[in-house]
Ligand binder design. Sequence first.
Ligand SMILES: [Zn+2]
Length: 319
Amino acid sequence: MNLFKSALIASLLLWPAIAGAWTLPDGSMVAFEAVSKNVYVMHGPKDEPSPKNMGFMNNPSLIVSANGVIIIDPGSTLQVGEQVLTEVKKITDKPVLAVFNTHIHGDHWLGNQAFKQAFPNVKIYGHAKMIEKAKGDEGLTWVDIMDRLTKGLSKGTKVVAPDQTIANGASVKIDGQTFRAHHLSNAHTDTDIMVEHVESKTMFLGDNGFNARMARFEESGDMHGNIKALQFARDLKMTTYVPGHGKSGSADLAVIPFLTYLEKLRDGVTKGYRAEKESYQIKKDIEAQFAQFKKWNGFESNFGRHVNKMYLEVEALEF
Ligand SMILES: [Zn+2]
């Protein structure tokens, strides 16, 4: 193939993504990208929620079925959900049949409202604990967090919790497509489901998976459980893995780096704990082993916290 032809093909391939892009207030553009046949992911910004990104930061995903669309994690606010829906319509004019929410963190599910408004019969699936928390104080707390971080750009956002419970190992058929939920134990939170799309061999990891951005662990989170969840996902040998934040890809690209991070952290902290070192000493001792992660968004602000959390877990396990 000559140079002209390849340049022409490259520009044709790029064109739909640019034409279909959503321009955020900071000028950056995001659009759905095909990651597999009939499976698309919009890889959100890796920064913290702010007015510059409208609070958008996760990876909304869609699966196109024969008669409709299934969405995973529709985004962080009413306004972001509406923009995500606008982008969905650039891929297909089919109606949205169902939405899955991977966990309680509002950046993943407060966009439900936009989808429920546009498609009142849409079914929204989530873990029982996620539904309980979304309907309780935690749902309202996330509405407040988004309002504060976006400086009011999320005004009008309301809690629209999932209305369908899906448990570990359960699968649901939607318009001929099979979705299986995986929740082995507490991991990123106590509300996670990883959503397996059987036909395309795609695993939506939720925030059990991160790529080039660091996780934050809340109280209900369990780093040992997160390791188990990622090992389980890896061993299912999916073709494509979609993390909660950062780029999708093969297990090597989208699962192994964060799994390696957590395993190294577990091993380093366990060794230090057994040598009767304090958490801050362990942090100093092991930090050099994490050079490959220093460029990940949020490494500096989270590494110390991760060591502390792992220390508490190891202490509880070894007691
Ligand atoms: Zn999360």
